[in-house]
Design a protein around this ligand. Structure first.
Ligand code: SAM
Length: 336
């Protein structure tokens, strides 16, 4: 998941950058929304073209440091908001001609390396995993949720085959002490019967917890809806994903708004164009072998995009029903 990094430097390297820029074409100017500012890699590259403007968002307040530096150089062309991208639909942008909205999901190198965030299983101390603007942490999840809820989170969000055994072991340990990051790593290593020598035993559980703690499913769904609303005709929606759940959601969203549906004549007539987007490429763009060699974690990245065909603001989508099973799991967090 932490694919946009190179392990032997301290710098964050955005993945699929060349491919993304060949789609959004900032060399011709325009206003862009960067929903995942991070260390500002994409934003800076857009702003290096004259006649461009960037509105950038990031939920992590740490991003503001880099944003402030950019603001000094481009006070007229850059705006940063420390907000979650799910809030995009509330932005008053009806008069702006947004050329593209971009999402580069996952975590930045600086976030993964920040010991206080505890995103990696090499971290010590309390479980955390909050990216920013969260209402609970991984400590609350692991120490407070029911066994069955933990099992579902690990199984569905992490695709962890031994989810039940791990949830039971957590429940056993938390009767005697509060479970911290290293307790969880050791417990998983001890509990799992199936060993995979390519990835760390705790990878899937940690992925599941990060998705859950950051409400990544509803963030993505609402972010895509908000992005679609703020775009006008010919505007581009481009998303880089790093795990299969994210990609499934993006693929469904773009495809179902690009395809004509056969509507039953008994259904109420919907006041909406038959298709909202056009997808020039059905298959996602993936990193080249050269990029994967230079930056191995990039191997899981996929870039999908679509172009809006109408100046249409309100639209109907069944994406919430389609992914209800994931949203129901996410709702376990409401009681924390
Ligand atoms: C992979 S990094 C982006 C890197 C960036 N493209 C660059 O070039 O530096 C992902 C960023 O998205 C942010 N992020 C993730 N989910 C978010 C959300 N729901 N709302 C706003 N920002 C989010 C993270 O805090 C992180 O900084």
């Amino acid at each position: 998941m932490e694919a946009t990094m190179v392990s032997d430097t301290t710098k964050h390297y955005p993945v699929l950058l060349k491919e993304l820029f060949s789609i959004i074409t900032p060399q011709h100017g325009g206003t862009f929304i960067d929903c995942t500012f991070g260390q500002g890699g994409c934003t800076k590259k857009i702003l290096s073209n004259d006649q461009t403007k960037v509105i950038a968002l990031d939920r992590d307040i740490e991003s503001k440091k880099e944003a402030d530096k950019i603001l000094k150089n481009f006070p007229e062309r850059f705006l940063f908001k420390n907000k979650k991208f799910s809030s995009l639909k509330n932005f008053k942008l009806k008069d702006e001609n947004i050329k593209a909205v971009i999402f580069d999901l996952g975590y930045s190198y600086t976030q993964i390396k920040d010991p206080n965030k505890g995103l990696s299983f090499n971290s010590f101390g309390e479980l955390n995993m909050k990216m920013g603007l969260n209402s609970f942490s991984a400590k609350d999840v692991v120490n407070k949720l029911d066994i069955l809820e933990l099992e579902k989170i690990f199984k569905i969000f992490g695709e962890e085959k031994e989810a039940k055994r791990i949830a039971l072991s957590i429940n056993h340990l938390r009767k005697t002490k509060e479970v911290n990051t290293q307790d969880l790593v050791k417990l998983i290593e001890k509990t799992k019967r199936i060993k995979n020598y390519k990835t760390h035993s705790a990878t899937k559980v940690f992925q599941a917890l990060r998705i859950f703690v950051n409400n990544e499913i509803s963030e993505l769904i609402n972010g895509l809806i908000g992005a679609t609303k703020v775009l006008k005709k010919d505007g581009v929606l481009a998303v880089i994903t790093f795990h299969s759940l994210e990609d499934k959601i993006v693929k469904y969203f773009l495809k179902h708004l690009s395809e004509k549906k056969s509507v039953s004549r008994y259904e109420p007539k919907i006041d909406q164009p038959e298709t909202l987007f056009v997808m020039k490429e059905k298959k996602p763009k993936k990193p080249s072998l050269k990029e994967i060699k230079e930056n191995p974690p990039s191997r899981s990245a996929k870039l999908r995009y679509a172009i809006k065909k109408h100046d249409f603001y309100d639209f109907k989508t069944d994406i919430f029903e389609k992914f209800r099973y994931l949203l129901e799991i996410e709702s376990y967090g409401n009681k924390l």
